[in-house]
Design a protein around this ligand. Structure first.
Ligand SMILES: O=C(O)CCC(=O)C(=O)O
Ligand SMILES: [Fe+2]
Length: 296
């Protein structure tokens, strides 16, 4: 498959079908994931194990939910009923959650191996699957005014990584060398983007990617995001397996996720201007250590 400005990685070598992928193909996938996570922090996956029908069901459920009148939505979610993001409940959402969780488990294994960590270390570190959560269904209304940003303001995700399902409208962009690069839609794909906590655990080997959603067309846009999260009481710091002194000095001091999220909320500066990178929240920098120092 041709690469765009970001890799589109075929996970079929890891399919559970017997004989799906030989060791060489698996190694190649891991090599590409490592490259993507250390360069932009974002890649797309196809043949990720979620059936196509389930992907379209999920987007249809988003459409169905956002189409409802406000009074009906309030039966499903807390106010405000006109929010651009929501986490509706129900059978379809539970199926979606289960599907995302299975794929997230595979991604975690691949990220572990891409970092060269001992087998299963990330799973052992983050074994509480109850922390995983739907970030939500997003609905960005159509607008012909492309100067007006109606999607998500520039941000990074405060988690390990995000799995994102989008429709074919486009509008997602990520920041590379000061430039916003569009992540054009690829049928049946999911976006995987590295979050802040993985950047810290990986001691900057992997990059938490800044992204935003801008309005590009006159078509309504739907997406659905799942966050691989960490226990609130888990101490986050560069993994000792990567920082034992022979290897590399820690580049961040440690913190609890709750404290980090508090800072994210405190520094939140919503902006409607798509070019307004000042609104970008970069809390990770707050924990960065100057080169060659050790944490207290
Ligand atoms: O809808 C999108 O494309 C992006 C959503 C997003 O960035 C998020 O949920 O964190
Ligand atoms: Fe995001």
């Amino acid at each position: 498959m041709a690469d765009h400005d970001f890799p589109v990685i075929d996970l079929s070598p890891f399919s559970t079908t017997p004989g799906a992928g030989d060791a060489k193909k698996k190694e190649e996938v891991i090599r590409r994931i490592r490259g993507a996570c250390s360069a932009s922090g974002l890649f797309l996956i196809v043949n990720h194990g979620i059936p196509m029908a389930a992907l379209s069901d999920t987007l249809a459920a988003a459409c169905e939910y956002f189409d409802r009148p406000a009074e009906e939505k309030l039966k499903w979610v807390p106010p405000p009923a006109d929010a651009a993001s929501a986490i509706p409940t129900g059978e379809k959402m539970e199926r979606t959650f289960g599907n995302f969780q299975r794929t997230a488990k595979l991604i975690m294994t691949l990220l572990n191996d891409a970092l060269g960590l001992p087998p299963d270390l990330l799973h052992q570190y983050n074994d509480n699957k109850q922390c995983d959560r739907m970030i939500g269904h997003h609905y960005f209304k159509a607008t012909a005014d492309t100067k007006k940003m109606i999607g998500s303001y520039p941000h990074k995700d405060a988690n390990l990584f995000t799995l994102l399902l989008r429709d074919d409208v486009g509008g997602l962009e990520f920041l590379r060398n000061g430039q916003w690069i569009p992540v054009s839609p690829v049928p049946h794909s999911l976006v995987v983007n590295v979050g802040d906590f993985l950047q810290v655990l990986s001691n900057n080997e992997f990059n938490s990617v800044a992204h935003r959603v801008v309005s590009l067309s006159e078509k309504d846009r739907y997406s659905c995001a799942f966050g691989c999260q960490i226990d609130r009481d888990k101490w986050i710091e560069p993994l000792a397996e990567l920082t034992s002194w022979i290897k590399m000095a820690p580049k961040f001091k440690g913190f609890y996720p709750g404290e980090f999220l508090h800072l994210v909320i405190a520094s939140y500066k919503p902006s409607l201007d798509p070019n307004d990178t000042f609104a970008l929240i970069d809390v990770v920098n707050h924990y960065a250590l100057p080169p060659w120092t050790t944490p207290n």
